[in-house]
Write a protein that binds this ligand. Structure first.
Ligand code: ZN
Length: 130
């Protein structure tokens, strides 16, 4: 069975650290060793793992994404959020983590970030531990 983590975003483009929520789902599952899949069921949001110690890293990622894929005209998608879809695809829809001793096996500086590209919105993330 999978579980759902609600995520409330506050900006059009934003990275939200969801590591502790995912770790809580791992603890709740009772599984000591295995795989944890974290999946974003949205077309204008994504997920990535990167440095969580210095918030400038996330800001640099967002600034560079805005520079590479600016919002605005020049896209075919009529809804007006083509840049959001492209940024979501660049980040991807899921990450897979290793679970050992009931804990996510992450590097010292790594955090899991929900990536909002068309907020603010109420979003959700699916977690499956097996
Ligand atoms: Zn759209």
């Amino acid at each position: 069975m999978s579980t759902t983590i609600p995520v409330k975003t506050r900006s059009r483009i934003e990275m939200v650290d969801i590591t502790s929520s995912v770790q809580q789902e791992v603890a709740n599952s009772g599984i000591q060793g295995g795989i944890c899949v974290v999946y974003v069921p949205h077309t204008t949001a994504g997920i990535t793992i990167n440095e969580g110690a210095d918030p400038a890293v996330c800001q640099d990622i967002l600034n560079k994404l805005n520079e590479l894929v600016p919002a605005g005209r020049g896209y075919l998608h009529m809804e007006g959020n083509a840049d959001s879809h492209i940024k979501a695809s660049l980040m991807g829809s899921s990450v897979t983590l290793i679970v050992e001793n009931s804990k996510l096996l992450l590097g010292t500086w790594q955090k899991i970030f929900f990536c909002e590209f068309d907020g603010p919105r109420s979003r959700r993330v699916y977690v499956k531990v097996a």
